[in-house]
Design a protein around this ligand. Sequence first.
Ligand SMILES: C[S@@+](CC[C@H](N)C(=O)[O-])C[C@H]1O[C@@H](n2cnc3c(N)ncnc32)[C@H](O)[C@@H]1O
Length: 436
Amino acid sequence: MLERTLSSRRGNSHGEGDEDILNDDESKTKKQQYILFRFTNRFSTYLSRNGSQCVLCGATALILLLIFSLFFTSRNFVCISSSSFFKPAARAAFFGLDGLDSDFGALGVPCCRSKHGKTVEWTSKDLLKGLEEFVPIYETRPIKNNMYGMGLDHSFGLWFIARWLKPDLMIESGAFKGHSTWVLRQAMPDTHIISITPRHPEKYLKKGPAYVDGNCTYFAGKDFVDFGSIDWPTVMSKQGITDLSRVLIFFDDHQNELKRIEQALKAGFRHLVFEDNYDTGTGDHYSLRQICDQFYIRGGGHSCFKDSDEARIRSKRKEFWEKAVDIEELCGPGEAWWGVRGYMRDNFNHSNQPISYAQHFQNSRYVESILDVYWELPPVAGPSLTHQTRYDPARAPIPIVEDGRYGLFQRLGLGKLDNSVFNGYTQMVYLQISEQ
Ligand SMILES: C[S@@+](CC[C@H](N)C(=O)[O-])C[C@H]1O[C@@H](n2cnc3c(N)ncnc32)[C@H](O)[C@@H]1O
């Protein structure tokens, strides 16, 4: 499992070798759309500068522009109905202006540095192939409406990672109605699962769809024990596991991720997935994203200065994206922006501890010192395709199916899915801890 995940090249590279799965001229169309957007932008700037002097030439150019746009984009352009046009994402997608990834990089995407710069072995091509396989599986899920649990993006991520690593044992903490257990089972049909969750998923069966697995040990209900209190050596020997690097742990229990890493490390586990890797200023627990958000990381560190470029960009993006935070929300008293307004949240925000910047900085150094791999799952598809308006794409990696690739989006069967399944993306992360 270890060898399979390691590679010194940058994973998730886009644009390399994924054209065979696209199997058409979408990249060409994308370029044409880009030229069109650039032209539209420049032209509107020209009009705003020259105003009434050029009404006639403006009108002529606009007609030409419309003909041009219809000609080049009629086949693959994302269809925007008049009603959806007024939704922020659709509007942004149409104009190709702020709100999508056009100013990607202005805020940037912070990430945790691994010790030797290693990353995962899989590429964007592998992700695309996986997606092609996963969509029909996802359509058969027993829990169709998994509100408060994983949507499509993270279900795919978990399935893909588990299938790639092929662990000998899978452990999940936080099962809710059992959707993530079902996802793990789809990835590895014969591998044992240990599920840790206070309420047994079978309890939900009385009220509606839930999933209870037949090859799973449940630490649930009266048998519930928190991950950090389980006697792992005894449990591992019961399961016949001698090599802990062949165990995959999935955390979706909304606990401080630093605490979970320390517990996993103590037990000797090395492959961890965190479902909710919340961005700074958001979420109900201290996350890897938050921990590694430091000034020395591109896109990391923040300014609470109200007249800064960051403040301006943030307040603009907040108009477009529900989960984007502006400077007022980001910064607490004393200009504390780290964690959530200078707090380290834990346990669904039931515990909320203030943390100094020095401690926060130390945490990132600690995490970097034990990390072999840090990999954030990209969103399945861009927001002009999915119509999600929740997370800000400027703070996420480039989607697997990028904006503009409408044909591919449809071919993968993603167009058939309800829009709500695309709303749950929170940067799921896969970590590989170095051998201690
Ligand atoms: C967001 S839900 C999990 C969703 C699920 N993984 C899915 O995809 O459908 C969080 C779950 O964590 C459970 N939980 C709360 N505290 C926990 C703990 N200390 N250990 C494990 N699970 C916990 C909650 O009861 C809840 O079922």
